[in-house]
Ligand binder design. Structure first.
Ligand SMILES: Cc1cc2nc3c(=O)[nH]c(=O)nc-3n(C[C@H](O)[C@H](O)[C@H](O)COP(=O)(O)O)c2cc1C
Length: 212
């Protein structure tokens, strides 16, 4: 699909076909396309918990405003944003460091500079730490939804859920923030979509502030 077609075809879908599964191969294709999303210093602080099991999805649904799509979709994803994903010793940080050295974009003597740079950007406050993880995982989430649309799948992002309750129920460690849940599957046959919702205009989006 052309990019513009993908963008206009993606909709937050409420009615999934519970009979039509998404194969593991298809899911992997979606994830590997989404994995091309950009991230600060290429740190990629995101993970996915993949829920296919009906009982697990129902457990999640009960913590997500009882939204039926959570268990009707063949897959619901818990997107995890890793707040430790900038720290020295973290496996992805170390892998990233090795890759940067191997590609020549970084030299060994810059290690302290690199660690100080990530610390100063991402850990100057608790809010900055959450923002680091959530902004990157949100780019990944958007990329995942467009990837799904590209392959003829439907998605629905949700932040209507009990954050702490989901963490507890699914044993999610404290270094993770959950920016969003995403249901993934095929649209239920016979369900008509409403017209696309309104969007802010380009002029609404552009803004300036008087400089002091
Ligand atoms: C971060 C985020 C959280 C959302 N949470 C919910 C939700 O909990 N329940 C729901 O029905 N829709 C949720 N939505 C879907 C939005 O309502 C929907 O994307 C928006 O109305 C625009 O519609 P469209 O995606 O079909 O263009 C969420 C969307 C985003 C991006």
């Amino acid at each position: 699909m052309k990019y513009e077609d993908v963008v206009y075809a993606r909709r937050a879908i409420n009615f999934f076909d519970p009979e039509k599964d998404v194969s593991e191969e298809m899911l992997d294709k979606v994830i590997s396309l989404a994995a091309q999303a950009p991230s600060g210093f290429n740190l990629q602080p995101w993970n996915l918990m993949i829920l296919r099991d009906k009982a697990k999805k129902e457990k999640l649904q009960a913590l997500a405003w009882n939204q039926p799509k959570v268990s009707e979709a063949p897959i619901t994803l818990i997107v995890l944003a890793d707040m430790d994903g900038w720290k020295s010793g973290h496996p992805t940080v170390e892998k990233n460091w090795k890759e940067m050295i191997a590609s020549g974009s970084m030299t060994e003597d810059k290690r302290d500079w690199f660690l100080n740079a990530t610390q100063s950007l991402y850990r100057w406050s608790d809010a900055a730490n959450v923002a680091f993880a959530v902004k990157n995982a949100s780019f990944f989430s958007m990329a995942l939804m467009y990837a799904a649309t590209n392959y003829g799948l439907e998605t629905h992002p949700m932040d209507g859920f009990d954050h702490e309750g989901v963490k507890k129920a699914f044993n999610i460690p404290d270094n993770f923030w959950i920016p969003v849940l995403i249901s993934l599957g095929y649209r239920k046959p016979g369900v008509e979509l409403h017209d696309s919702k309104w969007r802010k205009t380009v002029e609404d989006i552009k803004i300036t502030f008087p400089e002091g």
